[in-house]
Structures are given as structure tokens and as C-alpha cells.
Design a protein around this ligand. Structure first.
Ligand code: ATP
Length: 248
């Protein structure tokens, strides 16, 4: 049997709500005598086990706040599990929070080089492919490429981020609702790109609430309920489980 490209074993993450809130001294004494050591602590994901084989396209399905984005952040390596482990065999191209990687004071041009090199693209590659990357992002971005990105709309930033990340040759592609951000023309470009990457044999993990996108791209599905993996099967199995809950 082939070695999975992603493997989660007993995976769990613990968050604390209101972590930033300053406790008053009186509250600190009250909490000290409290049986719960961490008030507000909860597990957005716990005891999650699954594996993904190379070339699989996995849809991650569930209601809001059930831990889907948290799972992608664990796969991307930007979150460390508190329990169990996640093994990822291959580099990850994260099409997540695309505008968040940009430095607002830098121009679009400078950000292409910054974000590209942070993801391991060589400066030679970026120079050679710069025009194509910018063209892909569309006319609005092209004409503002020497303007600081603080003046870009959120859609413009996402387009430029997508253009750069889509250039990575990494075998694992993580996509979180990016297609929901853009207009119809951008969505079409996203679809074509994802189809091309899948045809090249990449693996996809897609978080989406859009049934048409999920069935278009995914052969497998995971359905989560309150941080627990309830269904691991075909994408249709996972959608059926989700629909039986939301429509009941
Ligand atoms: N850094 C954090 N600190 C504390 N709680 C967090 C943090 N990030 C997420 N959460 C909480 O963890 C839970 C899971 O969040 P997550 O973003 O993974 O859900 P989701 O399934 O992706 O939701 P949606 O469909 O709305 O995008 C939610 O209750 C959320 O409020």
C-alpha cells in the first residue's frame, strides 16, 4: 500500500477563548482555587484520524466553527498540535488567507518577490515569470503593480497572492474558500488552475461550503461536527452527512 502523503493520528488542538483578556488580581485568586486550570479552554479538533494518498482531492466539510480552517493550518505547519500528530510528506502550497502574507508598505511588484521567495521560488524564476504572474492577477492589479498594496482592494490582494502561490510546484495544495472571494472571472481562473494542478498529480485539500466546488474537484470527503471527524468517505458520503444535519 502506498505511504499516505498526509496522515493525522489522534490529532488535537486546544485553544483558549479570550486569551487576550487581562485577568484582574481578584479573578486570578478565584481561578487559582477553581478546579478548571484554564477557563475558556476548548478543543476545536480532537482525536482526528485520517490519511490522504498522493493524488487524492479531499473536501473538508462542516458547519461554521467546526475546525476546518484549524485543520488546514495544522497541515500547513503554522499550528502545532497539542495532542497526537500530523505527518505531511511533501511541501505545501497554501492558498489560504492569501492577502495576509503581503506587506502593506511594499508595492505589488515587491510583494511578488517577497512572498515568492518566502515560499521558496528563486529570484531568477520570479524575474522570468513576473509578467505572467501579474497578467494572471488581472488588469486592475497590472496597472497598480508599482503601488503599495495598502491601496489594493482585498480582491486585488487575493488575486495577486493566488497568482504567486499557483506557481509553486509543491505536491500538496491547500485551498480555503479562496474561490468565494473573487468575482466570476477570477473564479474561472481558479477553477482552471486547480484542474491543471490536479491533472499534474498534485493532492488537494479543499475547505468549502460550496457543494458544486466540492463535487467538481474532490473524490474524498471528511465531515466534521464540533471538532470531531464524523464521516470519512467519498465526497458524496460527507455531503450527505452534512446535508442530513443542516436540512433536518
Ligand atoms: N487562534 C484562536 N484562538 C481561539 N479560538 C480560535 C482561534 N482560531 C479559531 N478559533 C475558534 O476555533 C473554532 C474552530 O475555528 P475554525 O476557524 O477552524 O472553524 P471553521 O470550521 O473553519 O469555520 P468557518 O466555516 O466559519 O470558516 C471556532 O470556535 C473558532 O472561534
Amino acid at each position: 500500500m502506498a505511504t499516505p502523503i498526509i496522515e493525522a493520528e489522534g490529532l488535537g488542538v486546544r485553544f483558549v477563548r479570550n486569551r487576550r483578556r487581562q485577568m484582574r488580581i481578584r479573578e486570578m485568586f478565584i481561578h487559582r482555587s477553581n478546579r478548571s486550570p484554564n477557563p475558556g479552554e476548548f478543543w476545536p479538533l480532537r482525536d482526528v484520524n485520517f490519511s490522504v494518498n498522493a493524488g487524492d482531492a479531499l473536501g473538508v466539510i462542516g458547519r461554521n466553527g467546526t475546525g476546518k480552517s484549524t485543520l488546514l493550518r495544522l497541515i500547513a505547519g503554522v499550528l502545532i498540535p497539542d495532542e497526537g500528530k500530523i505527518t505531511v510528506r511533501g511541501r505545501v502550497a497554501p492558498l489560504l488567507e492569501l492577502s495576509a502574507g503581503f506587506s502593506n508598505d511594499l508595492t505589488g511588484r515587491e510583494n511578488v518577490h517577497l512572498v515568492g521567495s518566502l515560499h521558496g521560488l528563486s529570484s531568477n524564476f520570479l524575474k522570468k515569470n513576473f509578467d505572467e504572474i501579474v497578467d494572471f492577477a488581472g488588469d486592475q492589479v497590472s496597472s497598480a503593480i508599482d503601488t503599495p498594496v495598502r491601496h489594493y482592494s482585498s480582491g486585488m490582494k487575493v488575486r495577486l497572492g493566488f497568482s504567486v502561490i499557483a506557481r509553486l510546484s509543491h505536491p500538496i495544495l491547500l485551498v480555503d474558500e479562496v474561490m468565494a472571494v473573487g468575482d466570476a472571472e477570477f473564479r474561472k481562473k481558479c477553477y482552471t488552475t486547480i484542474e491543471r494542478l490536479l491533472a499534474e498529480g498534485r493532492s488537494l485539500v479543499l475547505v468549502s461550503h460550496n457543494e458544486a466546488d466540492l463535487t467538481r474537484f474532490c473524490n474524498r470527503g471528511l465531515y466534521f461536527e464540533q471538532g470531531k471527524l464524523v464521516t470519512d468517505g467519498t465526497v458524496q458520503d460527507a455531503l450527505d452527512a452534512y446535508n442530513s444535519v443542516v436540512r433536518s
